[in-house]
Write a protein that binds this ligand. Structure first.
Ligand code: GLN
Length: 294
C-alpha cells in the first residue's frame, strides 16, 4: 500500500500519537470517536475497515476535529453527541455535556417515580441543559409528563431538538425561564417529583480546581453554584413545598462536599418524612433524595 494513502488504520495511529503529544488523556478513545464521526463508522466498524481509504471530505472533517480536540475542546462538542443511558443526545458549545453522575441521578429519580404509585406522574425539572434527565425519564417511564426549564436560550433550543429527535414532544415541555417563573401556576402543588442537576460547583473551586477542558469550554452558568455551591439548591428547596404534592420527592445532584449541608437545610425546613444522601459511581456523595410528609 502506498504510504501517501490515508487509510482508517493510518489515521487512527497518527491521530492517537498526535493527541497524546498534545496532552489528551485518552488519545485512542478520542481518535476512535473522531474517526466514527468523520467516516460514519461505528467504533467496531473502524476495526473491520482498517484498509479503507478516507475520502477527501472525510479527511477534511477529520482534520478539523483533530485540531479542535488538540486545542482541548471536549470531544462531545467536536463530534456533537453524547450517549446517555439509553439515548444519544446532541451536544453543543454553550450547553453542559451530560455526565455519568447524572445517569445515577436519573436512577434515583426513577426510584422516586416508581414509589409515587401513579401511572402518569408529573415531574418538574429546572436547569434542563441538553434535556438528558427529562428525556430519560419520559423515555424510560412512558406516561410520565415532565416540565423542564432553563434560563439559557441555547439550552432550551437544544433540549427541544433532542426531545423532537426522540419524538417525546407530548411528554416533555421545555420552557425558557428562571426555575418555575414560566410554569403554569395551576400546576404548583401537583408535582410528584422535582429533579434537577443545577449549577453546583463552589465559585472558588470552579476558578481554581476545575480542569481547563471544563472551565474554558463549558458554560459557567451551568456550573457556578455560588460561594458554597448551594445558591440554586436553596432556591429549589424554597420552591419544593409549593410545587410538590404531599408525599412528593426532591432529587438533586450536588457537589460532593455539599451533601451534608444540603441535607441539614432540608431537615431545618421541615415537612419532610425522609432525607437521604446517595453516592455516584466513584462513591462520592452526589445526590440528595428527600420525600415530603403525607
Ligand atoms: N458534574 C459537573 C462537573 O463536575 C458539574 C455539573 C453541575 O454543576 N451541575 O463538571
Amino acid at each position: 500500500m502506498a504510504d501517501d494513502i490515508w487509510t482508517v488504520r493510518r489515521i487512527l495511529d497518527w491521530t492517537r500519537g498526535y493527541l497524546e503529544r498534545k496532552g489528551d488523556e485518552h488519545p485512542r478513545l478520542s481518535a476512535e470517536w473522531l474517526i466514527s464521526d468523520a467516516c460514519g463508522l461505528s467504533r467496531m466498524e473502524i476495526y473491520l475497515n482498517f484498509d479503507r481509504p478516507l475520502s477527501p471530505d472525510e479527511l477534511a472533517r477529520m482534520h478539523e476535529g483533530v485540531e479542535r480536540r488538540a486545542a482541548g475542546e471536549p470531544l462531545q462538542y467536536v463530534t456533537g453527541e453524547m450517549p446517555f443511558r439509553h439515548i444519544v443526545l446532541r451536544c453543543e458549545k454553550g450547553v453542559l455535556i451530560p455526565r455519568p453522575e447524572t445517569e445515577v441521578l436519573v436512577d434515583v429519580a426513577l426510584e422516586a417515580l416508581d414509589a409515587a404509585g401513579t401511572d402518569e406522574p408529573l415531574v418538574l425539572e429546572p436547569c434542563t441543559g441538553t434535556g438528558c434527565i427529562a428525556l430519560s425519564l419520559a423515555g424510560e417511564r412512558p406516561g410520565t409528563h415532565v416540565v423542564s426549564t432553563d434560563l439559557s436560550p441555547a439550552a432550551v433550543a437544544l433540549a427541544m431538538r433532542n426531545r423532537d429527535a426522540l419524538s417525546l414532544g407530548d411528554a416533555v415541555d421545555v420552557l425558557e425561564c428562571d426555575l418555575v417563573a414560566g410554569v403554569d401556576p395551576e400546576l404548583m402543588g401537583s408535582f410528584d417529583l422535582i429533579v434537577s442537576n443545577p449549577p453546583y460547583i463552589p465559585s472558588a473551586v470552579l476558578a481554581e480546581q476545575v480542569p481547563a477542558e471544563v472551565k474554558d469550554f463549558e458554560p459557567h452558568l451551568a456550573l457556578d453554584g455560588g460561594q458554597d455551591g448551594l445558591d440554586l439548591f436553596r432556591r429549589i428547596l424554597d420552591l419544593a413545598p409549593i410545587a410538590l404534592k404531599s408525599g412528593g420527592a426532591l432529587v438533586v445532584e450536588l457537589f460532593e462536599e455539599s451533601l451534608e449541608q444540603a441535607a441539614a437545610l432540608v431537615r431545618a425546613q421541615g415537612g419532610w418524612a425522609r432525607v437521604e444522601v446517595r453516592e455516584d459511581l466513584t462513591h462520592r456523595p452526589r445526590i440528595l433524595l428527600a420525600v415530603r410528609e403525607g
